[in-house]
Structure formats: structure tokens, C-alpha cells
Design a protein. Sequence first.
Length: 527
Amino acid sequence: MSAFKGKNAHEGKLSEFIKQIGAKVPVGSWLVVENLDRISRDDAWSALDIFKNILSKGIVVVTGMDEKVYKYADVKNNPTDLIISLLMFTRAHDESLTKKNRVEAQARSLIRHNLTREPGTPAKAIESVGQNVWWVDTKSGYVTPHPIYFTAAQKIIELKQNGETLLGIQRYLNEHYPAPKKRVYKDQTGQALAPKTEQWGKHLIRTFLNPTVHGQKTFTLDKRDESGVIIYDSESDEPLKETFIIPDYYPALMSEVDYLTLSKLDRHRAITRNSSKYPAGNPEPEIPLLSGIGILFCGKCGSFMFKSGSSENKYRYICGSKIVQGKPCGKKGFTSYQLEHTVLQLIADHVWNNHQEDKTAWYESEIEKASEAVKKLLKLATLTDDLEELADQINANKQKKITLEREFQQYKISRSEIQTTGWDQFRNFDVHDTKNPDRKRIRLKVKQAIKRIDCYDIDGRHGHFEVTFADETKQRIVIKFNRNRSPGVSYVEAQTVNDHDLLKMQGLVLHSFIDELISPEKICTAY
């Protein structure tokens, strides 16, 4: 735990020692340290407070380097000892501050180099601030793909894009790749602890998707003025921070658009969990196409619908109100495959409304204008005494920039979600083969195409479904469910269909007056 900011007095071993004085640590015990700077390297006054606090609790501090013994009564009655300790804390803090300034100066120099280097050339490695990701190699002084782990990282991306679960990815990696070296932890005596496992960890896989996969690296450093002096916040007296982003620091595993798409899909991933029967997860689970990806909702209470086990290849979708609200809402469950088949056909038939104006250039221009306005106002502030009005303008432009950046990020995400090609494969997909591994990939494609499906009951035999696509267009479906030997039927609103003949070939019935079917009073006479 760092002593530079005095964190060791509030966290870690020294903190625990101080808390246990009078309990597990008897009053009168000796605290032996190499030097006083082992207690704190914070600013002299703060460090002196920590030092006096330890002494006042009855602890004797002994320094090994100069064999000096500090007792509360001696320090209190002898100002010389107090002055010496103050000078030593001052020196320790100045040494740490000098080291920090040197480290940050080097980091800033490398950041400037990486931001202005030739496109396509590797970035110079920055090791002094933060850590680099596990799938790159920096031994040469440059950030290059690791000979083993970069391929493993590419495989994680591929498996996630194919809809594989966390446990499935972990199982595959453990079978094909050695795990990256884990952080070494030490026990109370300072001895290194052996890692609990040499296998790939779930946390590493779960947190893998972040902006580093498209090359981005973010650095946060103390804000400094033109002469290099740290700028402090006037209220908290803490150093202000500034952020530097290098968009191509790491070798990219995927594009930013693909990352934005996959990261949103990856939130809805669980298909099977570990259990006593399958500690590593069921290797051959039934894979629902519509539940577990955040699109299937009960039209009566708004709760999610989830897969419920039943006979082989005939799982059902039921309302989750009992789990969410503590009691069922009364919405009936239904066998899955009729709705799944109908939704896949409608996705394959859909004509995407993608004629929206590309606002990327506009956002980039407006963000740049706001940044330039802030820079000009800051320069003007050094030439005038009317700082109050300028401060308001600076804050307004800063807030404008933050708002634009947030909107731009959301805009890029929304555009990345709408995929307009590749849906024809859905037409002949067999929804009855519920253990087909391809269903993992298909369900992610469904998530890209569909924003939500609201499920309603009409009567005991019929259900009404409203499908909202990613481009905000809607389609309505009425399904007469299969019952024993009585076959079911899927009705689709004819006016919203593109290729009537293909949908008819897939067994769907097109209906021009779908409202007639949705009404419980009229449905019995509608066909």
C-alpha cells in the first residue's frame, strides 16, 4: 500500500496494526521500521499526524537505519526530536514527489509521441503509468501482439461473436491456451503465495470487452500548468486530473463499431450455468433464441419472459413476474418454437429503414468547436481581470463538450446495432433442434435485429405479439398454438410484409385485418 498519499494509514497492514493497538497489539509494543518514511511519505504535516497518532497510543517506534527510538513522552518533551522527524518526513515526501514528477514527465513525453507517430507504426510502450493488457508484448519497448496471448484474445472475440457463454469460452481456453501469468500476492511474512489455479479466470473473460480491444488506451495524470507545477482543487486541496486518450495504442482486435455492437450484445449472454451435475456448465444445453437477450417481455406486467424446461425440444416461455414481483401476474406461458420460427422469418423478410443522415462529421465538428472555445477562453483569462464571467463561459463550453461526447457515443452505438444484411440464413433454420450450437450465434443476430417483443394473451389458445425492430418499425403477430393433434397457425400483419410468397412458403398466414384477430370477441369468427 502506497505511503506517498498516506493511504497505508487507512488501508493495508499499517492501518490494521494501528486499529489493533490495545487489542491484539499490546500498548508498549515496538514498531520497527527501516526509516520513518516507511510510516508515511505524505506531506510533512499529514505524515507527522500519523506518526504522533501511533506514538500517542503507546507504541514505541524504532528506525533500523539510524537506530533511533521514538517514544511519545520523549518527542513531546523534546522539540528537537519532533523537528528531526518533521525534516525526515519532508525529505521523504519531496523524494516521492520528485520521482512522481519524473515518471509523469516521461509518460507525457511518450503520450505526445504516440499521438503524433506515423499511422500503422507500433506505439512506444508506457510502463510507468498503469498496466498494459495481457495480450500484448512490450519487451521490445513497443506495444506489439503477444506471440501466444494475442491469438487467444482473437479467439475470445470470435467465440463471443458466435454467442458462446462465459463457461464455454473458459472451457475452450483451458483446453487450447496456457493462462496468462496471474498477479503475485504475498503473505504476512512477505513470501509469495502460489496462485489458486493456473487456469483461465472467469473475471478476466467477463471484463475482457472494453475499449482496449479496438486499440484505445486512457491515461489519467495530475493536471499541471505550463511550468509543470501541479494544479490543485481550491476546495478539496487534491490535485486536479486530466485525461489523455491514445486511440491506437494497442494493436486492434476489432473495429470500434464492432466493439460497440458486441459489448451491448454481450450483456445478455447466460444460456447455462454451472450446477452440481455440470460444475463447468452443461456442454449441451437447450439454447433459447428469444429469452436471455433482453428482448422478450410480458405485455401484461412488463416483466421479462424466460425459458422454462419441459419435454425434449419443447421448452416454454413464461412470465418472470413471480421472480421479479413476488407473485405471478396471470400471463400464460407458451411453447417456444412457433414464435421463434415466425420471428426468424420476419427478420429475414424485413426491409431496413436505414436512410438516416450520417451525423458523425457533425458531432466531431461540434466537439472540436467546443474544445477550441474552451482553449481560447482559458488564454483570455490570463489577460483580463473579469474572471467570473469567463469562468461561466468556460464551464458552459466544457459542459457542452461533455454532452456532445455522450450523445455521440450513444449515436455510434445506435448506428452499430442496425445490421442490414445477412438475414437470409434465417429462412431455413431448424428451430426444433434446440441444442444446435449455431443457436448461440443466431440469438445474437436476433438481438441485433429486434429491440423488443411484447407478449399478450388473447384467450386460452391464442397469443398476440408485437415485434419492435432495431430501426423502430413494428410488426404484429397472432399465433394459434398447437394443441395435441390440433395444429397451430401463425398470422402476420400483411401490410408490413415485404415478400408475401416466401413467407407463405414458410407456413405463415398473412392477414390484412390483424385487429380482428387480436380482439377476443372476434377471433372465434375471424377464420
